[in-house]
Design a protein. Structure first.
Length: 173
């Protein structure tokens, strides 16, 4: 089940929160609830990605990207992810989700999400996301311009560029 109450809280907090620059970091605090855990008991791997969605929502709202998109009828979409699980997120314990935008290419934005509990990174994910109009994907540069931001195009880290290249090698379906 999607965590709609968490989403509502994230949206309300983001709307009232401080704006964030594109090179800033969003940090959200969560508690691992019983509905988040699986049989092992730890936070379910799918729930990690769902919580990371909330981090992108916070980032998109606070950076102004979501507002610019909604004004134009664009929606935020995820188009790929690579997740690494390192340590369990224990039940009924707090953790922090850090979300940062690593960079962009012509089409996509690349987000890094990290869950941290007791000063150690429990999971991390690279997520490719963009904004989509009724006509298709909106170029990242156009999204930034629509949000009224200066040109922003930091060089993507080598490991992200390698991931992009590997994704291009996959068979098209």
């Amino acid at each position: 089940m999607y965590p709609y109450l968490r989403l509502a809280k994230v949206i309300a907090t983001a709307l009232l929160g401080q704006p964030i620059e594109l090179d800033g970091v969003s940090r959200l605090q969560f508690l691992v609830w019983p509905l988040d855990i699986d049989i092992y008991p730890e936070m379910n791997d799918g729930r990690h990605l769902t919580i990371m969605d909330l981090g992108r929502a916070d980032f998109a709202i606070r950076s102004g990207i979501l507002k610019a998109g909604r004004e134009r009828g664009w929606s935020l979409v995820a188009a790929g992810a690579s997740v690494r699980f390192r340590h369990r997120l224990a039940p009924l314990r707090r953790f922090t989700l850090a979300t940062r935008l690593l960079g962009r290419d012509d089409r996509w934005f690349y987000f890094l999400h990290e869950t941290v509990q007791s000063v150690r990174t429990c999971s991390s994910a690279l997520v490719r996301a963009g904004l989509r109009s009724k006509d298709g994907l909106v170029p990242a540069k156009e999204v930034i311009g629509a949000a009224g931001m200066p040109e922003w195009s930091p060089e993507l880290p080598a490991w992200v560029r390698t991931w992009i290249e590997a994704e291009e090698l996959r068979p098209k379906e």
